[in-house]
Design a protein around this ligand. Structure first.
Ligand code: COA
Length: 260
């Protein structure tokens, strides 16, 4: 039996692939649990600098939570699903390494929500985004009503959540939901590979602290955010990488960061 989530490390980049292409990579309970384990593995593995999340095949990144598991669930029995989905998203958002979503097709419901928890979203032109839960008589539960308005603004988020409509990759780019769109899935994979390689060469401590400080922009009040930025800015001056980076600039050479 093939595994529902694949994990591969190549040159400091871990790629996590949701592997249920026949089911458009729908997120069942087991997949969510496995994703959480693999992201933890990537976080704790010092040989990994960047993580890529994608879906198997050319049709879907993930077409949402597995609807076949919704039957006979009530407010009590469905709660672990939402809590585990949210926990996975929060873990991705808060882990110290950059996470790139390579959105290679449908990113609907939970698929869109997990993509939104990633740091950077690249998509192929055939990607479709949306929060279609309303059409099932439910609402997003993996953070969609919270992260979508922060990324695209409250009005557009309400329209997407109330209508359940899908939007094309170009529209997702226009509203700021994705960073870049590629003509084909093949070009997307190459573009993501190039970005991951570029990020893997950046100083790891500075990346971690920049991510923390940028995430704060969503949560803490402005004054606290600015204080936090001062603190972590100062911390970077105690790293070996700061010496390496500054020295390389001054001697007109290429820095080889040690992530320390
Ligand atoms: N949960 C479970 N199975 C799903 C799924 C989901 N979220 N999304 C797709 N699938 C399955 C379909 O049941 C179908 O399986 P089958 O071949 O055994 O019947 C297979 O994936 C392909 O989907 P299908 O609907 O035949 O493809 P399509 O190209 O006509 O439509 C979608 C693609 C994504 C638009 C459509 O599958 C869809 O609307 N999925 C549900 C999206 C959703 O509501 N997500 C939020 C859930 S909270």
């Amino acid at each position: 039996m093939s595994e529902d989530v694949l994990y591969e490390i190549d040159d400091e980049v871990a790629t996590v692939t949701i592997n249920r292409p026949d089911k458009y990579n729908a997120l069942n309970v087991a997949v969510i649990k496995r994703l959480r384990e693999l992201f933890k593995q990537a976080e704790e593995d010092p040989s990994v600098r960047v993580v890529v999340l994608t879906g198997a095949g050319e049709k879907a990144f993930a077409a949402g939570a597995d609807i076949t598991e919704f039957k006979n669930k009530n407010s009590e029995t469905v709660r672990p699903l939402a809590e585990n989905g949210q926990e996975l998203c929060k873990y991705i958002e808060e882990m110290s390494k950059p996470v790139i979503a390579a959105v290679n097709g449908f990113a609907l419901g939970g698929g869109c929500e997990i993509a939104m928890a990633c740091d950077i979203r690249y998509a192929s032109a055939n990607a479709r985004f949306g929060q279609p839960e309303i059409n099932l008589g439910i609402i997003p539960g993996f953070g969609g009503t919270v992260r979508l308005p922060r990324l695209v603004g409250l009005g557009i988020a309400k329209e997407l959540c109330f209508t359940g409509d899908q939007i094309k990759a170009e529209e997702a780019f226009r509203i700021g939901l994705v960073n870049r769109v590629f003509e084909s899935v093949e070009e997307l994979r190459q573009g993501v590979k190039d970005l991951a390689k570029k990020l893997s060469k950046k100083p790891g401590v500075a990346i971690k602290l920049a991510k923390k400080s940028l995430n704060n922009a969503w949560s803490l009040p402005l004054v606290d955010n600015l204080d936090f930025e001062v603190d972590v800015f100062c911390l970077t001056f105690d790293t070996e990488d700061k010496e390496i980076g500054v020295e390389a600039f001054l001697s007109k050479s290429k820095p080889e960061f040690k992530h320390k």
